[in-house]
Design a protein around this ligand. Structure first.
Ligand code: SF4
Length: 391
């Protein structure tokens, strides 16, 4: 496995030609990023090999070429229109001479092993280990992002590796995992890499899941779902104002994504991070739970996660446990069958209870599965069918 880092990257660029880095160096701005002379050099590598030694750029899927070398990216609801040499809000899709490219194909910033409970996906082969993959970049600007150091940056700003999709699938087998998971940053923005790995992984018998903010257009999402087994969506609030102020996105497209998951019959779970004073209003929680029951079904697992002060919301306090317990009560009253509390290790609602007989089926503490009383998708005690993927 070849590895590289930003220092090597810059050094190779400099050795590759003095014209590559202009006086301003590499400029990254939060939106429609205008890069320096780096683009001119990269666009000149028509042989498919970049001067830096990185993998070739990958032409993006889901875009339309416009006049004057501009492009319209149709991957996510931001629908960025980019002039030549501009990058999208996600920082990782760039217009080079009228074509849109993924700048992170084959360049994960991390790949490591973790429990599926960390996703969290509680109804997806409990206790199994997955290979977690991320590149830099995100199409949201969440003020409480825990992974902001990789999500809120662009290519070449942190250590990146070189891994083809085939190498990544081999790595999964080498490390003996049951599944591959795209997580940590927003996988939508490295769509082409994720898509190719997912196709290959599923063909080889691995399961595949994503952990996503759900901010993706329906056409690319449906295409990807062919190769996914499980999806976790962050429903960050049930209020468009929260979405605009805290995430720089909108609520409606996320709700649309959830409906697509139901239509396509893909297994999914929902996480709602409860942030004190911003989205913890009981009426809002009630509206959200009612919407989930009516539009998606009472069987959808819902997790209320505890917020911990970080990044641009370091001034707020952690979510009180009683606020999370109140949310669980509201969800149960709305009719939701599987409701969890996350980020509170050892809490009763880390565990799964049978909707039929109320007995504890999966005893968990945080990310650990201590016992499991589900067999052939049914409660061992009363035979109630439990929604999920268990084998
Ligand atoms: S993925 Fe979204 S944010 Fe990124 S370029 Fe495309 S439309 Fe813009």
């Amino acid at each position: 496995m070849e590895r590289t880092n930003r220092k090597d990257f810059i050094r190779k660029l400099i050795l590759g030609g003095a014209s590559i880095v202009c006086a301003g160096g590499l400029l990254f701005r939060p939106n429609n990023i205008l890069l320096s002379g780096m683009f001119a050099s990269l666009s000149a590598t028509s042989s498919g090999k970049s001067v830096s030694g990185f993998s070739p750029l990958k032409e993006a899927m889901f875009y339309t070429a416009l006049e004057n070398n501009r492009v319209l990216c149709q991957l996510c609801p931001h629908q960025c229109v980019l002039a030549d040499r501009e990058s999208g809000l996600c920082r990782v899709r760039s217009n080079i001479s009228g074509k849109l490219y993924s700048m992170v194909y084959g360049k994960p910033c991390t790949y490591d092993i973790g429990p599926i409970e960390k996703a969290p996906l509680y109804h997806f082969i409990p206790g199994h280990r997955r290979l977690c993959i991320a590149t830099v970049g995100c199409n949201l600007r969440c003020k409480y992002c825990h992974n902001w150091h990789i999500s809120q940056t662009g290519p070449g700003r942190v250590r990146e590796y070189e891994m083809t999709p085939g190498q990544m699938v081999s790595e999964a087998f080498r490390r003996g995992v049951r599944s591959i998971s795209f997580t940590y940053t927003e996988p939508t923005v490295f769509y082409e890499y994720m898509y190719d790995i997912s196709r290959m992984a599923q063909r080889e018998g691995l399961k595949v899941s994503i952990v996503s903010n759900g901010y993706i257009n329906p056409a690319p999402f449906r295409k990807l779902l062919t190769y996914l087994d499980a999806v976790k969506i962050d429903l960050k609030a049930f209020d468009d104002e929260f979405y605009r102020d805290v995430t720089s996105a909108r609520l409606k497209p996320v709700l649309r994504t959830l409906k697509v998951l139901k239509e396509e019959n893909i297994f999914f779970e929902i996480v709602n991070l409860v942030v004190p004073t911003l989205n913890d209003d009981p009426d809002e929680v009630k509206r959200m739970c009612d919407w989930i029951v009516h539009e998606l079904g009472e069987h959808v697992p819902v997790h209320f996660s505890r917020f911990v002060p970080t990044y641009r919301l370091a001034n707020l306090s952690s979510t009180p446990v009683r606020t999370l317990e109140r949310a669980v009560d509201i969800a149960h009253n709305s009719g939701l069958q599987y409701v969890y509390i996350g980020n509170v290790p050892g809490h009763k609602y880390n565990s799964t209870y049978c909707p039929g007989c109320d007995k504890r089926l999966i005893h968990r503490s945080h990310f650990s599965v201590l016992s499991n009383h589900i067999a052939q998708a049914k409660c061992n005690h009363c035979g109630y069918e439990i929604h999920g993927i268990w084998e």
